[in-house]
Ligand binder design. Sequence first.
Ligand SMILES: [Zn+2]
Ligand SMILES: [Zn+2]
Length: 279
Amino acid sequence: MNYFSYHTHSTFCDGKNSPEEMVVRAIELGLTAIGFSSHAPLPVKQSWSMPSEKLTNYVAEIKGLRKKFKAEIQIYLSLEIDYIPGLTNSFSEFTKVADLDYTIGSVHLVKADSDTEFWFLDGPDTNYIHGIEVLFDGDAKKAVTAYYEQLIEMVETQKPDVIAHADKVKMNSKGRFFSEKETWYLELVDRTIRAIKQNGSIVEINSRGIYKKKSTSFFPDHYFLEECQKNSIPVTISSDAHHVDELVAGFDLAEKRLKEFGFQSIRLFEEGHWIEHFL
Ligand SMILES: [Zn+2]
Ligand SMILES: [Zn+2]
């Protein structure tokens, strides 16, 4: 099938290639569309999101590329927006200010009781372990619960079009701090699925952990994905590319995985709408 890469980073945030380099490779690969989704500006000090002063240039650059390559590929404008309760700007505000085609919602920084430090799920596992020990008193269940509750709150209050890497909280645990089979974990997944169902968001099956060899499963996979299928939650495939070589990395495997779980279609973004595309 002709794939569409809608979750794509660039040098405007922590990506390694310029948007134009990503577009040129997407055309070479025969993609039908590419959507840019830099990490939205965040009021928390870190190294991976777009500085707020670059947002105007980002919007102008993506719109310029859309015009330039109009005959060859559809180009969409989005942001991967982090949600931290009481701290981050609303998704509707970003949509308005940046004229976004769609929003991707994610939780990388989990709020604990501390107002100055967050539990960072990504990057090396030293951050992850430090967060559980210091911010959640060594209680992984408490930490994972805080993650899913923040994700649910994002779904309910921000209503993102797409939920990014929904169970990424498992990545740095690698089965050491909790098992995805524990009852309390399954209940958190159930609560999350209910919120997603009620709010109509799309769940992406994100292949980044697989091709970066940081995870042996997709985000999400296993019970989470199975419940998406049972509850008829729409899904799409994403590579979360940060480099031209990653644009469709792991897509074939992801498609195979979805079929194993009984999914018959994915959602693709076309002319302003998420449409159903049969596998
Ligand atoms: Zn992300
Ligand atoms: Zn991303």
